[in-house]
Design a protein around this ligand. Sequence first.
Ligand code: DOR
Ligand code: ZN
Length: 347
Amino acid sequence: MLTSITITRPDDWHLHLRDGEQMRAVLPHTARQFARAIVMPNLRPPVVSVAQASAYRQRILSALPAALKNQFEPLMTLYLTDNTPVAEIVRAKESGVVHAVKLYPAGATTNSDAGVTDIMKCYAVLEMMEAQDLPLLLHGEVTDSAVDVFDREKVFIDRVLLPLTQRFPHLRMVFEHVTTRDAVQFVKESSHPIAATITAHHLLLNRNAIFQGGIRPHHYCLPVLKREIHRKALLDAAISGNPKFFLGTDSAPHSLSSKENACGCAGIYTAHAAIEFYATAFEQAGALDRLEPFASFHGADFYRLPRNQGTITLNKETWTVPQHFDFADERLIPLYAGNALTWKMAS
Ligand code: DOR
Ligand code: ZN
């Protein structure tokens, strides 16, 4: 049995860091493990301009604890709206700070009300992104209330994604946090320059986890967890070695009171043990040797950034995840709170 693995330092290609005191609480968890992270722009107000993205980047860098300074680079994104100016795309590309633009269909998820109401309104912007080679990141769910919540990703492929790939054949895209066999199949088979991120929680849990002996708000995220056949398809894709699939935690911290609520927020917090969660899933699939390319190579290659130089080591060691973390004035409940993990990253 393997008792230790060393891999090139990984990156997180999809992360929610929030802002202010909340950011200060969660940032060290990510920076300890990952060299870089693609930082989501769904703040209130959303990060819609290069100026806002640069200021946010500075706040993140300033919030890094002394021991992690110069060890973590936030890769910024812009929040696409119906009114994003074409000129902002040119500025984004020139900035060297903004690495992608995120599409949130309006109303699809947390802080998405300023998102896109009709993708056709963004065609001029998408054309410029294609010309500038700036990737589009997709929250791939339709918001049509007539569509069953478990089918929203599949319907997005037919209604939005396929037409987009046809109209913008060179626009690089990332289908974020894929949750279905359908999405995996689409990405695998498409000749379009499209990749996908996969979260640790979608590799470890299926939708039964939401209803395990009662309603489990800390297992609620969007896109919502799916059936076991879908979890298996995600795991197969993650361990396949196909460079179109890479690590993106979608770690999404919300305070305890906003999760344990009559209308609880969507989001699962995994940053405290992200690489350990992925190692657990890969080990269960008998594919620990495939963790490194998925976690440390494929994303960098897709984003055309250099692979990281350093390494991290994971040891076979049982430890208990804390029941909660401080989160500004509140508490944050992490995935596996109070439960054991059998891999631990060496500090
Ligand atoms: O579960 C989620 N939480 N899904 C998202 O798309 C957004 C995220 C958040 O920002 O909390
Ligand atoms: Zn997200």
